[in-house]
Ligand binder design. Structure first.
Ligand code: NAD
Length: 352
């Protein structure tokens, strides 16, 4: 299993995506996002997507040269059509627009359609938090609704429909909630297949709705099963949040909801940015958030826990560790990246 420094993995990604026809700027937006996903420990949204996106460009599903366009605009709102650009290109454009609108008007909502897979959805509210704003994102997968069961259902009718929230803290990493409304991200099942590992109980059912720990019965060559909505015995809550993502992300963007057959798989995105100072004094905001953080962290940990972590802390800690130790890319993923590179005329032996 090859191990790369973040910088080396980025150089590999830049070379691959520039060979697909992306501008250096767009290649950087995509690759920096994916490598940060590996750093954050979300390998399902990291370099594993290098070959998938490259293949999609080769098949003509995504346009590496597309330029996102604002198709509807008011002072606090906008709808962006990414014209089939790579997801990170469309979502970065929409987020920068939302930040500038909130900077001027206090709050903004920007929706995005006709992009592709935007990756780790928390990355975009995090961009807002790094600028001192609060960000909130709801995302669906357009008409793709064959991955997650509704509460009480046997058949998949929804996507993993993630939600992200990020709020700045004083002199430390922001709070970063980045979660699917299913038990886990679909990509984690594919990582388990690539690594030859079973998946934990409670993640998924097979094609007949029976619990399974075999990832191949969920996403492999066997008839496709489904992930479960988040919440275990109270999965009606994950199911309800998933519907909120469908309506905010899918309907208000114009991307469409999980009904009918998918025309093109693409995330429908709904991003809200809050300018804190339009609501409260900044010093008071930080005082309250720090008090809240200290208060929840003061809870005595139960057996098996060393401490209370805030959302995002596992990812920021993992990033520090992997920056030091390097990013391991599993053999199947690496082979596929090398195969993709060859189809674009790159000799991957120079990479290792
Ligand atoms: P996850 O379950 O690993 O983490 C969810 C959240 O819980 C994170 O905010 C994390 O910081 C927090 N968390 C984890 N352990 C914690 C602990 N011990 N204490 C406190 N907080 C903790 O993530 P997931 O739901 O499997 O999603 C994985 C990734 O997949 C996300 O980045 C998501 O955006 C991405 N995704 C993207 C799409 C898409 O269509 N673009 C679809 C699905 C998922």
């Amino acid at each position: 299993m090859p191990i790369f420094t973040p910088n080396k993995l980025k150089q590999i990604g830049y070379q691959l995506f520039e060979a697909t026809g992306c501008s250096p700027e767009n290649a950087k937006a995509v690759v920096d996002h994916l490598v940060e996903s590996n750093l954050f420990g979300h390998d399902s949204h990291g370099a594993i997507r290098f070959y998938e996106y490259a293949q999609a460009i080769q098949d003509g599903r995504f346009d590496p040269k597309a330029v996102p366009e604002i198709v509807k605009e008011h002072p606090c709102t906008a709808v962006v059509d990414a014209h089939n650009a790579l997801g990170q290109v469309g979502a970065t454009f929409a987020t920068n627009l939302a930040i500038e609108k909130a900077r001027t008007h206090g709050v903004s909502v920007v929706t995005l359609r006709n992009t592709s897979h935007i990756g780790r959805v928390g990355a975009y509210p995090l961009m807002a938090a790094r600028e001192g704003f609060i960000g909130l994102i709801f995302v669906n997968a357009g008409r793709e609704g064959r991955k997650v069961t509704p509460f009480g259902g046997r058949d998949a009718r929804l996507s993993t429909n993630p939600i992200g929230f990020s709020a700045p803290r004083e002199n430390t990493d922001p709070i970063l909630l980045d979660m699917t409304t299913s038990v886990v991200a679909d990509g984690k099942v594919r990582v388990a297949i690539n690594q030859g590992n079973p998946i934990p109980e409670g993640w998924a059912v097979d094609s007949e709705g029976n619990p399974t720990t075999d990832p191949n019965r969920v996403r492999g060559d066997a008839p496709q099963g489904a992930l479960l909505p988040m919440g275990g015995v109270v999965a009606h809550k994950g199911f309800g949040l998933s519907l909120a993502s469908e309506i905010l992300g899918g309907v208000l963007s114009g991307q469409g909801v999980a009904a009918n057959e998918p025309v093109m798989v693409s995330n429908g995105v709904h991003l809200t940015v809050y300018n804190i100072e339009h609501f409260t004094d900044l010093a008071d905001y930080y005082k309250e958030v720090e008090a809240l953080s200290a208060h929840v962290k003061s809870s005595r940990p139960i057996d098996g826990f060393n401490e209370i972590l805030l959302p995002g802390e596992p990812e920021f800690r993992c990033a520090k560790q992997r920056t030091q130790d390097g990013i391991a890319v599993d053999d199947t993923t690496w082979e596929r990246i090398c195969e993709a590179a060859k189809t674009f005329g790159i000799d991957p032996t120079a990479w290792t």
